[in-house]
Write a protein that binds this ligand. Structure first.
Ligand SMILES: [Fe+2]
Ligand SMILES: [Fe+2]
Length: 259
């Protein structure tokens, strides 16, 4: 329950909170001047491929603002403090992509042509507890990391690469938060709860597979095979599954388990 004068003693989360404040930035730090250097076909393809990321940044805003009150209600004040900075990060990412579309003079794909994008959004929104949310947000952050990482790799000396690189620094902080939060909480989650997280992972990957097929044309224009994208993302997610011990029995990861 929310308290007037709670203890604030998770120093790792508090450090992430301070870092989240100190590393805020505005779009003025980006040089937006060379959009014309990219050929029209590449800009069109970028506009299409960025579409689920663009919606994803808004999904992340919803995620943060949904889970923040849940954490305060549970007395997880340090996590709530951190999430306040993450909300600003996601808002900035959304706003930056909005500007990027304008500067590149291209449009996102119409929502009705990417129904999986809405399915992904809806699946995350089914979350009823903070662990489900943080896990879903982590998978979405890994998804964003693949995209921004790929943009940086392909267009390092352009506006797109510079923006992607700067955004990745925020995403790294988000992963550090998910790591700390889930590592602390998961030992108290029973076998069914863990299984639900794996089901969420599988559901989201099924949706992303279909999404990759829809975007195959523009992705290939950017020399990007959807199956390679998904394989890397899957490997990354599995590293987290192993690291968090999600497939381990609860008795193996916690002496005081209740499963
Ligand atoms: Fe983001
Ligand atoms: Fe994020």
């Amino acid at each position: 329950m929310i308290r007037v004068h709670p203890d604030l003693d998770d120093n790792e989360l508090l450090r992430l909170f301070e870092r989240g404040i100190a590393r805020q930035w505005t779009d003025e730090v980006i040089d937006w001047s060379d959009a014309d250097a990219l050929p029209g076909t590449v800009r069109e393809a970028l506009g299409a491929v960025m579409t689920p990321v663009y919606l994803g940044e808004q999904t992340a805003m919803i995620g943060v603002s949904t889970v923040l009150p849940m954490m305060l209600q549970r007395g997880q004040h340090e996590a709530a403090l951190y999430l306040s900075t993450m909300g600003l990060d996601e808002a900035r990412h959304f706003k930056n992509l909005h500007r990027l579309y304008h500067v590149l003079a291209v449009q996102p794909v119409a929502g009705r042509r990417l129904p999986e994008m809405w399915r992904y959004h809806a699946r995350l929104l089914q979350g009823r507890d903070p662990v489900h949310w943080v896990w879903g947000i982590l998978i979405s952050d890994l998804f964003a990391k693949q995209f921004y990482g790929g943009f940086w790799e392909r267009f390092p000396d352009t506006l797109v690469g510079r923006l992607a690189r700067r955004t990745l620094q925020d995403e790294a902080r988000h992963q550090a938060f998910s790591d700390r939060y889930l590592t602390t909480i998961l030992p108290t989650v029973d076998a069914d709860g863990r299984q639900r997280l794996l089901v969420l992972r599988d559901d989201l990957f099924r949706v992303m597979e279909a999404l990759g097929e829809r975007l195959r044309g523009p992705m290939e224009t950017l020399q990007w095979a959807p199956q390679d994208f998904l394989q890397t993302l899957w490997d990354d997610t599995e590293t987290w599954v192993a690291r968090l011990g999600l497939t381990r029995k609860q008795s193996e990861s916690s002496e005081s388990g209740n499963g």
